[in-house]
Write a protein that binds this ligand. Structure first.
Ligand SMILES: Cc1cc2nc3c(=O)[nH]c(=O)nc-3n(C[C@H](O)[C@H](O)[C@H](O)COP(=O)(O)O)c2cc1C
Length: 274
């Protein structure tokens, strides 16, 4: 499937059919995870699919607002910004693969990590978020619709709030970035914790680079590292869309101090167009 269609199709599901993964789906997803375990700055994260039995005690998520979940994808990242960004970047690729395979997903940042005692967490590492994976009815339940409504889940900020010219600091338009308009539009449609959309992208026309910055929207999410995950998710959308549109590039990190000097934004990484 075309990545743009997949990104547009994906949305968080909060009502899962409480069934095991089909063996073929599990195998294909595991093989995708294995082939896509190396991420930003060559850091490897080994994600696992963890299946709980219906007889196991269910973990309460969002006070029981997420129902029927028993299959999870998770791994550990270092307790650093760059590693959490990488976690989001790699795991969103798995989410999109699952979406392409007609499976449902939901990123979850608030969960009980002790529920996953099969995962060893080394010192200096965390499980920064998990993804629930499974199957849902095509028709959304009333509860799903209600939660989406309360957190405005289908809404996204407009371009002028998210994307800027690096030199002039003026908003970018799709006409201005031309062939990169799909890449930025797919950033805009990315999921984020509480739909906070903390990504801000600045285009440097001279160097042909897109700089990704994080705007801390929620103190609570920032403290939990969720905005870092959000950044990685957006970066994966940008990369996958660009590559599909035959726009190659690489992720680099500028070390110059002046990169941190845009108001209240924190510099994360840069896509260097090739
Ligand atoms: C890192 C991260 C953590 C999230 N944590 C939760 C969560 O704990 N509970 C929940 O119901 N949704 C959670 N979500 C889902 C978001 O609320 C959802 O992505 C957002 O509202 C946009 O809706 P959409 O995914 O349907 O496009 C999380 C999303 C991300 C990216």
């Amino acid at each position: 499937m075309n990545i743009i269609e997949t990104i547009k199709k994906r949305k968080s599901s909060r009502t899962f059919n409480q069934v095991a993964l089909k063996p073929a789906d599990k195998r294909d997803l595991e093989s995708f995870i294995f082939d896509n375990s190396k991420g930003l700055e060559n850091e490897v994260i080994n994600f696992r699919i963890i299946e709980k039995n219906n007889t196991d005690k269910q973990m309460k998520l969002d006070l029981g607002m997420i129902k029927g979940h028993n299959n999870y994808i998770l791994g550990t990242s270092k307790s650093t910004i760059v590693s959490r960004v990488n976690y989001g970047y790699l795991l969103e690729k798995v989410v999109l693969k699952a979406t392409e395979m007609n499976m449902s997903t939901c990123w979850v940042g608030y969960f009980d990590y002790t529920y996953f005692n099969e995962v060893a967490i080394e010192d200096g590492f965390d499980i920064p978020s998990i993804v629930i994976v499974g199957y849902s009815e095509e028709r959304q339940t009333f509860q799903d619709k209600y939660i989406r409504f309360t957190i405005n889940a289908s809404k996204r900020h407009s371009w002028e709030k998210l994307f800027f010219n690096y030199k002039l600091k003026t908003p970018l338009t799709p006409e201005y970035v031309k062939k990169y308009s799909d890449s930025l539009e797919m950033v805009r449609l990315a999921p984020s914790s509480g739909n906070t959309q903390p990504w801000r992208v600045f285009f440097d026309e001279t160097l042909n680079e897109f700089h990704f910055y994080k705007k801390s929207i929620s103190k609570r999410y920032e403290l939990r590292g969720l905005h870092d995950i959000d950044m990685g998710i957006a970066m994966s959308h940008f990369e996958l869309t660009s590559l599909q549109n035959e726009l190659s590039g690489i992720w680099i990190k500028h070390t110059k101090e002046n990169f941190n000097l845009i108001d209240d934004l924190q510099y994360i990484m840069t896509w260097k167009c090739e």
